[in-house]
Design a protein around this ligand. Structure first.
Ligand code: SAH
Length: 258
């Protein structure tokens, strides 16, 4: 157990959700209203969030900064009683680059807390009206990405994950859809459904439906290069599953007798 840190300054690492401001949690909105300093990842976080901020709050777009510059902003306030809201897109536990910031806060003895957010893969599922875990089809969701400047450990190479044929959600990779498809074909059949959801929950959200055989061509034709998820798996057919046993009238559990 780590010892609780006691500092006057408090940093909140906040999941700002996938885009739609109504998907912000009440907790996040409350902290943003109180915050003296707001650091947001302007490349993906909806800037309208700043409307919640108080007039005197100072805001910074971290899209143009490096880690040291972001930490520098926090360090400057170290001996104040301010509240800093560090906004990350979706939920910060997924490709959020928050661990190094939290470790730094530990080292500097700065108090911090994480506020979860709605991830883009959840917003995409909602938009698709899709359950990712259909009994009899797949009970596993894999969240992954292609190797890019950040390397994926070889044991988690997409070609290997494809062999499991679970429901797969691929982040940060749409710009390389050709390579994605090539790797996926090591496990999934050519006719496996694939959907690419662009800007899930934003007003200009788009969905491109296809199969492993044709999705690369469709995505390239649509000119999609960023802010998209590639979702793969038999669940997307919404067919051939067994209704969950949870609501089966013959299935008793802790909250219901047969
Ligand atoms: N922490 C974020 C992911 C950050 S990584 C989350 O929980 O969603 C950035 C990648 O997330 C993008 O390259 C894209 O693949 C995906 N992404 C983020 N917001 C998105 C959105 N609104 N619609 C589709 N994909 C999104």
């Amino acid at each position: 157990m780590r010892k609780p840190i006691k500092s006057f300054l408090k940093v909140y690492f906040i999941g700002a959700g996938p885009g739609d401001l109504e998907l912000l949690t009440l907790k996040a909105a409350k902290i943003i209203r109180k915050a003296d300093v707001i650091i947001y990842a302007g490349s993906l976080v909806n800037k309208d969030i700043l409307k919640f901020a108080k007039k005197l709050a100072v805001s910074y777009d971290s899209a143009k900064m490096n880690l040291e510059e972001v930490l520098g902003i926090i360090e400057k306030e170290k001996f104040t009683k301010k509240i800093i809201a560090r906004l990350h897109t979706g939920d910060p536990c997924i490709y959020g680059a928050i661990q190094e910031q939290m470790d730094w806060c530990e080292k500097e003895k700065i108090d911090y807390e994480v506020v979860p957010g709605v991830s883009s893969y959840q917003a995409a599922a909602a938009s698709l009206r899709q359950e990712f875990t259909l009994p009899g089809v797949s009970q596993t969701v894999i969240l992954t990405r292609l190797s890019g400047r950040t390397k994926v450990p070889p044991k988690e190479d997409l070609a290997k994950l494809a062999k499991i044929r679970a429901t797969l959600v691929i982040f940060l990779s749409v710009q390389d859809i050709g390579r994605v498809v090539k790797k996926l074909k090591c496990g999934y059949a050519n006719d496996t459904p694939v959907v690419v959801v662009v800007k899930a929950s934003w007003p200009d959200e788009r969905k491109i439906y296809g199969t492993l055989a044709d999705i690369a061509k469709k995505v390239k034709a649509a000119g999609i290069k960023r802010q998209a998820l590639i979702i793969v798996g038999e669940v997307l057919r919404k067919k051939g599953y067994q209704p969950s046993r949870l609501y089966d009238k013959n299935f008793a559990h802790g909250f219901r007798q047969v």
